[in-house]
Design a protein around this ligand. Sequence first.
Ligand code: F6P
Length: 400
Amino acid sequence: MKNMVYIQSGGPTSVINTSFYGAIKEAQRHPEEIDHIYGSLHGIEGLIIDDLIDIGQEDEEQIELLLQTPGSILGTTRRKLPKDIHDEVYLKIIENLKKHSIKYVFVNGGNDSMDTCYKLSLLVKELGLDIVVIGVPKTIDNDLACTDHSLGFPSAAKFVINAVNALAMDAKCFQVGKVHIVEIMGRNAGWLSAAPDLLPPETRPQLFYIPERKFDLEQFLVDVKKVYEKEGYALVAISEGIDFPRDTKSMRVDGFGHAQLGGAAADLCHIVEDRLNLPTRAVEFSLVQRAFPACISLVDRNEAIQTGELAVKSALEGKTGNMIIFKRVSSNPYKIELQLCDLSKVANAESKITPSMMVDETRMSDEYRNYLRPLVEGEVTLKCKDGIALMANFKKAKVK
Ligand code: F6P
């Protein structure tokens, strides 16, 4: 008996379940090689505490709904595994892999989760086990190394662009406007915060602040005042991770060791009110930007399916210790190749916006726009009932 287990890890995206869908569909095409498809509940936790579910028990209709279901259907975790792969926690994982005759392990996650994936691949190799481990990339932050982009980023960018487009129309219509500061996710990388640069001048933010460029509070105030005096309102896009003097002591730290960000727009608005005496509004997209199914990009959806499928095909060919990556062949027309990359190159590395992608705080460069434009293309149609998008609801039958 040979089974597979799928793990979802780190922050969810609106297409993380779509990659899982692709993997399920491909696995179902190989019943002679994969007897059971299991899901590990709450990321690696499920393999540590023996908490697996049998996907074979789920209705096909619910599996189809994975295509439009945000969040991680299997549950997720930000638990960082110990550096030492001989720590007893790994013994538990190995014990459970053996107990359930698992030959194929898939870890769907971002930088920190690829570290988990890499460690697992090293361990099974060291123990000489007949188990393969493959990484499936995702993160709205788009900061995974070695790949053109990460699944989930295109859809989050599509949401952010459309949300800013709409809110700009609202922001512009008052006689006495406000300074609107829009806070966008992305921790240490500004890929997502820069996305509204694709908008036409009428609705584009006049200023952008991303973590890759040093944030100068005094210059920020000068720039905001200038824009406001000229336009009668200001629309400013900031990355949640920009660094300015504020009280960060109360921020919680997650299992991967990252501070839970948020509140930067509100803090900056207070500073603008105090120092410039201008009315403000803080807008924080928060979790909705990584979870909004109506803004799934068709490119993101299709690539997520293909990635899940390729992960299973690669595992069946005996590939291990790799993550699927995207290599861009051309931007216009958009052409991408899916390849495999050694996990050692990906784990814990970070990809950031390069200096040539940003002109200054008012504009990104053509290089960035040409990179982003094809990723956000194409719309999906959602299955709805009473006007509400349907979400997959799994029975989650436990594997004994
Ligand atoms: O996983 C990436 C991410 O979405 C970041 O952009 C963000 O900083 C973080 O997760 C927020 O995570 P949570 O609110 O789930 O702790």
